[in-house]
Design a protein around this ligand. Structure first.
Ligand code: FAD
Ligand code: NAP
Length: 364
């Protein structure tokens, strides 16, 4: 699917705005990237980002290596997680006294569990006679993989920029430390304004109906709202041009309304102008029990079913598991209850919608 550096182009970070309000557990940013004419996209496409590793982790690792090239460590290697060849290499070439037993246990046991929370610098500090020769070690690291993001803008809104909605990823490391995800910290924190980054657009099937008069239902909690922002910008453009359009219904949610209701102003304005006909919100942690987008779908099942019977296309974006899986289950239940179908028939109904590309998912 991804990605060929040769097909990529350079973009420039123009703007980054924190969308999560103070007190949020999340750190979600709107990232605006300036692009050249060679990057062409439509709402619903993905942007491939070629990230760089966090500078503090690169610096840490560089100190443990002889002959390290900072730029190469930044751009080319996975240094934030540990894979078997690295452990094998340390065991065979650089193990500190007393480390061999533990490293052999990693290789013979549940490797992924043992390696969780370690970055490459941790491995060298804990298990190797440092410094080690950079070239030997680097041959045992995985290449740094590009990352995908759902494009959150429409070219009609600004033909020279592309926008993303990026959640900062964190995970617990050793000794109570927290490590940052490579690409999300690159986009949300380390890439300076005006800084260059390598990008590439990837076509998807996650597209609005070719006939704009068809109704659409969007389900996108959290960062799942990203492609729908692009779709709404596109609908806004069509509306301003007088194009007749079907109705649009958005289900959005996150933890708390006060801190996580991203794009509230835009969504309210779209409701006023009629670009968005219905908006249902599910803030999961604002009450003593969880409320999710699928609960709102279920509450509105009779109306949803009318839209589907009338030909509406359904779009789901966000985490594959559990969100999209549970939303799919709810749509199946809606078909069963409102369409009076058996479990088997309702599953087959939704499968048919998927085959006809009337139930589309962009999930991760
Ligand atoms: C089609 C698609 C669309 C996407 N769209 C979006 C979007 O619009 N917005 C968005 O924010 N994201 C989106 N993503 C997710 C995005 O691609 C990245 O996966 C995400 O930003 C995390 O990447 P990262 O490099 O920051 O984190 P990584 O460095 O890749 O880490 C990711 C996770 O892996 C785990 N991990 C990594 N290393 C370790 C370790 N040593 N020990 C323990 N755990 C570890 C942690 O759980 C961490 O949070 C999308 C993904 C796909 C496939
Ligand atoms: N710390 C990190 O590393 C970090 C930070 C941000 C995002 N991420 C990752 O990035 C991805 C996207 O995160 P995101 O911020 O877009 O959204 P998210 O974490 O998926 O949360 C968005 C909303 O979806 C809710 N939700 C949880 N389970 C659900 C389910 N089964 N069905 C429906 N809704 C459900 C959440 O509720 P509750 O949370 O209240 O259950 C929250 O209200 C996730 O994979 C997430 O793990 C990681």
């Amino acid at each position: 699917m991804i990605s060929d550096k040769k097909l990529s182009t350079m973009g420039r970070l123009l703007r980054r705005v924190c969308l999560s309000k103070e007190g949020s557990a999340k750190s979600i940013y709107l990232v605006t990237i300036g692009m050249g004419e060679e990057l062409v996209y439509e709402p619903g496409d993905w942007l491939v980002i070629f990230p760089q590793n966090p500078p503090d982790q690169v610096g840490r690792l560089a100190k443990l290596l002889k002959g390290a090239d900072f730029d190469q460590l930044s751009r080319n290697f996975t240094i934030l997680s540990v894979h078997r060849p690295l452990v094998q290499w340390i065991l065979e070439n650089a193990a500190r006294e007393g480390a061999s037993g533990q490293l052999s246990e990693w290789l013979d046991g549940d490797f992924n569990t043992m390696a969780r929370g370690y970055v490459v610098a941790d491995m060298l500090e804990k298990f190797a006679n440092v410094p080690v020769a950079a070239g030997d070690l680097l041959a045992n690291l995985k290449p740094l993989q590009p990352r995908l993001y759902s494009i959150a803008s429409a070219p009609e809104a600004n033909p020279h920029t592309v926008e993303l909605v990026v959640a900062s990823a964190f995970y617990p490391g050793l000794d109570g430390k927290f490590y940052e995800g490579a690409a999300s910290s690159f986009l949300n924190k380390y890439l300076p304004l005006g800084g260059e980054l390598r990008i590439q657009a990837t076509k998807t099937h996650f597209k609005l109906p070719s006939d704009p008069r068809v109704d659409v239902i969007f389900i996108g909690p959290g960062t799942g709202i990203a492609p729908f922002r692009g779709f709404l910008q596109h609908r806004d453009f069509l509306q301003k041009n007088g194009t007749p359009m079907g109705r649009c219904w958005l289900f959005f949610g996150d933890q708390h309304r006060a801190t996580d209701y991203i794009f509230e102003e835009d969504l309210t304005a779209y409701q006023k102008s009629g670009v968005l006909d219905r908006l249902d919100l599910a803030f999961s942690r604002d009450q003593d029990h969880k409320v999710y987008v699928q609960d709102r779908i279920w509450e509105n099942r009779e109306e949803i079913w009318k839209w589907i019977k009338g030909g509406a296309h359904v779009y789901v974006c966000g985490t594959a598991d559990p969100m999209a899986r549970d939303v799919l289950g709810t749509f199946t239940k809606v078909a069963g209850t409102c369409g009076n179908l058996s479990t088997e028939a309702s599953e087959s109904y939704i499968k048919t919608l998927q085959k006809c590309r009337r139930y589309l998912q962009d999930v991760y």
